[in-house]
Design a protein around this ligand. Structure first.
Ligand SMILES: Cc1cc2nc3c(=O)[nH]c(=O)nc-3n(C[C@H](O)[C@H](O)[C@H](O)COP(=O)(O)O)c2cc1C
Length: 219
């Protein structure tokens, strides 16, 4: 099975300015995931490496026209993944605009009927919990339902280096167990969803919007 880890920061920084902590937390996610489930594939999706263009034009807005390869490649990856780890910093008590912007390029049918894990962090003491609250609604609307466990990393610069290793090696086992709780829920739901989808294809059962979201309105 394949899982995508979305890195929720597109902040550019040069030394001695603060490093992009999203890289540290995302690498930690990958490391703890591989440690617990080495049989699964993981790929990090970094918004700094994905050119979505200067105007906002979602993947589905291209209609019959040729979709830019970058968007199409990512849409295929999202469609074929079994689950998602959504890693977000807290910006003004909200989820990262970079993550929301990237995800907004893809319709919910690409993510739907698969689970997600919310992972937030901050430079300060709250670990992004206020961002996490909003992410539940966002990800639910996208159809990749967030599992109940969440991961929050306060003072991320003091916890992980840029390879996702604990700066205090003595606390690594505790962080591993904390991450694994959420990761295990994600994997369990992803496996359950994949097994059931083999018996009942949800995309046959529940039709996609052909026109616009008003098609789901009450009569
Ligand atoms: C525009 C902006 C808003 C921020 N708002 C918050 C906030 O509401 N709560 C918080 O704990 N940290 C906040 N921070 C600090 C971030 O936690 C910190 O900059 C972190 O390193 C951002 O992640 P990144 O380095 O991966 O971009 C904010 C930072 C920026 C740039």
């Amino acid at each position: 099975m394949r899982y995508l880890i979305f890195l929720g920061s597109s902040r550019k920084s040069s030394p001695p300015n603060p490093p992009r902590l999203g890289e540290h937390v995302t690498q930690a996610c990958k490391r703890y995931f591989q440690q617990a489930y080495p049989q699964h594939e993981i790929e990090i999706i970094d918004p700094l490496l994905i050119d979505t263009g200067s105007v906002f034009k979602p993947h589905f807005a291209y209609g019959q026209r040729t979709v830019p390869e970058t968007l199409d490649t990512l849409a295929n990856k999202i469609r074929s993944a079994s689950g998602y780890l959504m890693v977000s910093p807290e910006y003004n008590h909200s989820m990262s605009p970079a993550l929301a912007h990237l995800l907004n390029h893809f319709g919910s049918s690409n993510f739907a009927f698969k689970p997600s894990l919310i992972v937030t962090y901050s430079a300060g003491q709250w670990g992004g919990v206020r961002a996490a609250v909003g992410m539940r609604s966002f990800l639910s609307e996208l159809g990749c339902l967030p599992v109940s466990a969440m991961v929050h990393v306060p003072k991320a610069a003091e916890i992980f280096n840029n390879e996702g290793r604990c700066l205090d090696a003595d606390s690594d086992a505790q962080w591993a167990s904390y991450f694994e709780r959420g990761i295990s829920q994600l994997v369990w739901w992803a496996q359950a969803a994949a097994t059931h989808a083999e018996q009942v294809d949800p995309h046959d059962l529940i039709k996609h919007f052909q026109r616009d979201p008003s098609q789901r309105n009450a009569p």
